[in-house]
Design a binder for this molecule. Structure first.
Ligand code: ATP
Length: 251
């Protein structure tokens, strides 16, 4: 489903990604790990076309993402969450999730704007899609509440819901466990497994919470100083000497 080929990104004298290659099969959970500055966010920003890449390519279902404009990424079926939550704070939980549902359908919405019955049918379908996500993430009790009034742990779920509402084939999760307490991380783990089963999508997550990554991922890709240093099952990667050294230094 996803193939990253020799991806290289430079910022002036810094090589943030240095010929990184890996592939991920459909329906898998792939964890992307590495110390600070390893290049994880840069890779995410390339996948969502926020950054320009210098060399290499990214293929999604055989199609080059680097030749797809940034606004075409959602239509291909790729969605992402942001560490700094991309939510409209004065709108309700349900309105935020509904906007997420619109993000993939936007092209079709404009194209059919003059055919009102069709637009109404589409509106109904998107509302049903948003309601399904509200239910899946157990956000029903707060669906009508203003985002600004809710606790951080709930907002992380709304952010997940906003991205899921577009019914992506590939969901990029940027530190989903960041800022969550121990109990919330346990809930997130169950939630992500449930989402993968119920919506049959693929997940690529950048995460510092090693316990979460190792327990939930089918495949783990590790970066260090922009280079891929390990790629395999959690068990294979856990004992990789270069990875252990990258995290612990020479201590
Ligand atoms: P963290 O876990 O701390 O978020 P990361 O693995 O996501 O780190 P990146 O943010 O991708 O790492 O950074 C990789 C390298 O690229 C770093 O040296 C960083 O300073 C540099 N870098 C990233 N984005 C930019 C940018 N927009 N301009 C200049 N340098 C950048």
């Amino acid at each position: 489903m996803l193939e990253v080929r020799d991806l290289t990104v430079r910022f002036g004298g810094i090589t943030a990604l240095d010929r990184v290659s890996f592939s991920a099969a459909a329906g898998r959970i792939v964890g992307l790990i590495g110390p600070n500055g390893a290049g994880k966010t840069t890779l995410f920003n390339c996948l969502s076309r926020l950054y320009r890449c210098d060399e290499g390519d990214i293929l999604f279902e055989g199609r080059s993402l680097l030749r797809t404009p940034a606004h075409g990424i959602a239509a291909l079926g790729i969605a992402r969450t942001f560490q700094n939550l991309a939510l409209f704070r004065t709108m309700s939980v349900r309105q935020n999730i509904l906007l997420g549902a619109h993000s993939r359908a936007a092209g079709g919405f404009v194209a059919h704007a003059l055919r009102l019955p069709r637009v109404r049918a589409q509106e109904r379908a998107l509302a049903a899609q948003a309601d399904e996500i509200v239910e899946l993430l157990e956000l029903g009790p707060v669906a009508g509440r203003r985002v600004a009034d809710l606790p951080f742990g709930t907002l992380k779920r709304v952010e997940l819901g906003r991205a899921l509402a577009s019914r992506p084939k590939l969901l990029l999760l940027d530190e989903p466990a960041g800022g969550l307490n121990h109990e919330e991380v346990g809930g997130l783990m169950e939630l992500l497994r449930g989402i993968r089963e119920r919506l049959s999508l693929s997940l690529l997550l950048v995460e510092h919470h090693m316990n979460l990554v190792m327990r939930i991922s089918d495949q783990v890709v590790a970066l260090n100083f922009g280079r891929k240093i390990a790629d395999g099952t959690p068990d294979e990667v856990r004992h990789d000497a270069e990875l252990v050294k990258a995290y612990l230094g020479n201590a």
